[in-house]
Write a protein that binds this ligand. Structure first.
Ligand SMILES: [Zn+2]
Length: 294
């Protein structure tokens, strides 16, 4: 399977999951994957759950995360959701070349929606000259998120190194888009068929998206979950989740909605193309990736 580009239709909308690359999360830069992803998981239950996914706590040394952006051509608008992780590592920053490979030029994008201000979601906001990489686009972000990262007050509970990576990326990728920026503070339709949903917790102004065309639904949940195990164990938050209780509430709301609407779901960090369906399993959920074999 092509792991850079995955095309699919949602009603009348032409959608493409576009990879920006991958990055390996491992010590010493990051905590071991299980500690990073499931910071509050009780050890015994964690070991048991990991085993069901063929993962073994002591041996699980690195987590290779994909970064999946979404291009949506609604017929009226060419929308891009998130700009990838350029600058985070050697295997990132492939978004623009992957878009060009399907005939989408940076100047074709009229709306860039930023789900939140982490470096793996805003890394491609600017080009190598520090100018907005999508010159004709209106960039849309949640007001609280913008304020958090640009106020100079962004406190995180993370260690100094990770904190500096986050703040450096925000300093590089946020101020240059200011002239093209539109901030939202409630759940509005950003373009016809694409609605902003408040999904706080991972970060203060983390945004999900409800995309719909001709009765078909796509729920873009960004980083409300980082790993499929978060559906099965929705109480287990990641070390990078700023407000754990809010993350759990947001997850429950989004995953319930996905079941009710039988929505296709896009999770930014899941194995490419990050698309699947969610089913209820008692008080939790299960992830069913779409079949990408033709
Ligand atoms: Zn992320």
């Amino acid at each position: 399977m092509n792991t850079d580009i995955y095309r699919f239709k949602l009603g009348d909308f032409q959608c493409i999951a576009v990879s920006d690359g991958t990055h390996t999360y491992a010590p010493p830069t990051f905590p071991p994957p299980a500690t990073f992803l499931f910071a509050n998981a009780p050890r015994e239950r964690l070991e048991e759950t990991l085993r069901e996914h063929n993962l073994y706590l002591e041996q699980w040394a690195e987590w290779v995360s994909p970064y999946i952006c979404l291009a949506v051509n609604t017929g009226q608008h060419q929308v891009l959701v998130d700009t990838g992780a350029n600058g985070l590592g050697p295997d990132t920053g492939k978004l623009v070349q992957n878009l060009k490979s399907v005939g989408i030029m940076p100047e074709d994008i009229d709306t860039v929606i930023i789900t939140h201000g982490h470096p793996d979601h805003i890394g491609g906001n600017t080009d190598s000259e520090g100018r907005p990489a999508f010159p004709n686009a209106r960039y849309v972000m949640w007001q609280d998120e913008w304020d958090f990262w640009t106020s100079g007050q962004a406190e995180t509970k993370l260690d100094e190194h990770i904190r500096e990576v986050l703040l450096a990326s925000a300093r590089k990728n946020l101020p240059p888009i200011q002239d093209q920026l539109e901030l939202v503070d409630h759940e509005i339709e950003i373009v016809p068929g694409i609605r902003a949903l408040a999904a706080p917790g991972h970060t203060p102004g983390h945004m999900a998206l409800a995309i719909s065309s001709r009765g078909e639904q796509l729920l873009c949940i960004s980083d409300a979950v980082l790993h499929p195990i978060h559906l099965e164990q929705p109480e287990w938050h990641a070390a990078v989740d700023l407000a754990p209780e809010q993350v759990v509430a947001t997850r429950r709301q989004l995953l319930s909605r996905a079941v009710t609407e039988k929505a296709l779901v896009l999770a930014f960090h899941f194995p490419f193309p990050g698309l699947g369906h969610v089913s209820q399993n008692e008080d939790a959920w299960l992830w069913q990736p779409i079949s990408t074999v033709d």
